[in-house]
Every structure is written in structure tokens, then in C-alpha cells.
Design a protein around this ligand. Structure first.
Ligand code: NAD
Length: 251
């Protein structure tokens, strides 16, 4: 039997910090109960405790989503805790700078597993529950799913795969009561670049092409777009990719 009985419940991956955390705050403000998923167990506990202090129903589920079994377990935990699932937000992500010719095999597959495969397995496990609640999925892409981006080739490939997961699932479920969408942010002020830097000999003129003219967004500015698309107010939005990149992909 579920331990709580909210009116709406969401899984948010990458919820320990950055955009995932900001999405958690935005959904909590809508009264949504949260299952917060991240590999950073301590940071996740802190975030969960801080959300709970604001009165939000929140549960931490620390796991590495690169394994399919852990994705399934996250969905099972949401059902065990809340008895329902209305929203799946795939916000966890991993980015590494490198010359394409220098990318090691383990780095390539890690990026693919976290950014592309894990959302697939989470969608697979979540869809039967989302169909019961007329729920929805929001996948967090990147502007690099929509444009070429130097020195982050595997990351761009993984986000393009997530784009096609969004569109293809939207078509497969076109006649069913479920919405599947994506948001494509540009640069945000988060810790995703921690521990990775452009190669020392990188041509910054190439990086500038996807850096944009406006300053990077705050995570909360993108989170509000994600929370809107996940809300009943966006009931006509299905199979869409919403950019939230401060104009980078405009031209
Ligand atoms: N920050 C940017 O400039 C930017 C731009 C475009 C898109 N994005 C996307 O936004 C999303 C959120 O990123 P962010 O900017 O908040 O960065 P972030 O690094 O702060 O957040 C990503 C989170 O994903 C978690 N994560 C990574 N691997 C995981 C795994 N194997 N299992 C579980 N959790 C894992 C991390 O621990 C982290 O908490 C990502 O999908 C990222 O690709 C970010």
C-alpha cells in the first residue's frame, strides 16, 4: 500500500542540484509530490530535506540511472510511495568536453547511458502508470540536440537521441491519454561543467557559436517552462520541443 496519497506525483531525475532541483521546486509549488532521483546521494538528501522544510511532499531515491534495473526501481519506488505517477521529468545529464578524436570508449558510453538510454528505460517503466493518470513526460534536451556543437560531440549525439525518443514516443502514443514533450535549454548557470573544460587548444570561435549573445539563463527560468509543459495548462502540447536557450538557435 502506498504511504502517501497525493493528487499528482512526479519523478525528477538529476534532482540533487541545478535544473532538476529547480524543476522540483517549481512542481512542488504546484502541489505535486516528488520522487527525487540522483546519483549524488548526500546532495540529494540535502535537497530533499530543504524541499520538505517548505512543506513539499518529497522522497529521495539515490541511484545510478545508467543501469536499466535502477530506472525500473525508481518508478517502482514512486508507485510504492505515492500510489500513482503523473509526471516523469528526465533532467539528469552528463557533459564532457573533448576533441572527438580523443573521446575514450568508456566516456562515450557513459554519456549515452545517462543522457539517452536511461530516459528510454525510465519512459518504458513509467508509461503504463502515466496512461492510468493521463500523465506526461518532459525530456530535458539541450540546444546541441538542434545544432552542431564542437568539442561535445557524444553529448550532442545523446541529446539528439533524446529528441527522437520524444518525437517517436509521441507518435507511438498519439492516440493514447499521455503527453510526451521536450525542453531544449541553452547555457545555464549550473555545475554541469564542473570537472570538464574545453581542450587547451580548443578554437573558442567555434565554442562562441553556441554560447549565445545573451547571458546564460538561471535554472529557475528554464524550470518554469518545464513545469508549465508538465501542467494541465499545457494539455494541447504533445510531441513538442520547446527551446529555452535565450535565442541561441534562432539563427
Ligand atoms: N547547464 C547547462 O548549460 C545546460 C544546457 C543545456 C542542457 N542542459 C541539461 O540540463 C539538465 C540538467 O543539467 P544541469 O545543468 O542542472 O547540470 P547538473 O550537473 O547540475 O545536473 C545534472 C544532474 O544529473 C545527475 N546525474 C548525472 N549522472 C547521473 C546518473 N548516472 N544517475 C543519476 N543522476 C545522474 C547529476 O548528479 C546532477 O545532479 C541535463 O540534462 C543537461 O544536459 C544543461
Amino acid at each position: 500500500m502506498p504511504t502517501q496519497h497525493p493528487q499528482r506525483a512526479a519523478i525528477i531525475t538529476g534532482a540533487a542540484r541545478g535544473l532538476g532541483r529547480a524543476i522540483a521546486e517549481a512542481l512542488a509549488a504546484q502541489g505535486v509530490a516528488l520522487l527525487l532521483v540522483d546519483i549524488l546521494a548526500d546532495r540529494l538528501e540535502e535537497t530533499c530535506a530543504e524541499l520538505k522544510q517548505t512543506g513539499a511532499p518529497a522522497t529521495a531515491f539515490a541511484t545510478d540511472i545508467s543501469a536499466k534495473a535502477n530506472c525500473t526501481a525508481a518508478v517502482e519506488a514512486a508507485i510504492a510511495t505515492y500510489g500513482r505517477l503523473d509526471i516523469l521529468i528526465n533532467a539528469a545529464g552528463l557533459m564532457r568536453f573533448n576533441h572527438a578524436t580523443n573521446v575514450p570508449e568508456d566516456e562515450f558510453w557513459r554519456i549515452m547511458q545517462v543522457n539517452a538510454a536511461a530516459p528510454f528505460w525510465l519512459c518504458q517503466a513509467a508509461i503504463p502508470h502515466l496512461l492510468q493518470t493521463q500523465g506526461n513526460i518532459v525530456n530535458v534536451l539541450s540546444q546541441s540536440a538542434l545544432m552542431g556543437a564542437s568539442y561535445i560531440v557524444p553529448y550532442s549525439m545523446s541529446k539528439a537521441a533524446l529528441l527522437q525518443l520524444t518525437k517517436s514516443l509521441a507518435m507511438e502514443y498519439a492516440d493514447k491519454p499521455i503527453r510526451i514533450n521536450a525542453v531544449a535549454p541553452g547555457a545555464m548557470m549550473t555545475e554541469i561543467s564542473t570537472g570538464t573544460r574545453p581542450p587547451a587548444d580548443a578554437d573558442f570561435a567555434k565554442i562562441k557559436r553556441y554560447s549565445g549573445i545573451r547571458p546564460p539563463a538561471q535554472a529557475a527560468e528554464v524550470a518554469s517552462v518545464v513545469a508549465f509543459i508538465a501542467s494541465p495548462a499545457a494539455s494541447a502540447v504533445h510531441g513538442a520541443v520547446w527551446t529555452a536557450d535565450c535565442g541561441v538557435t534562432a539563427g
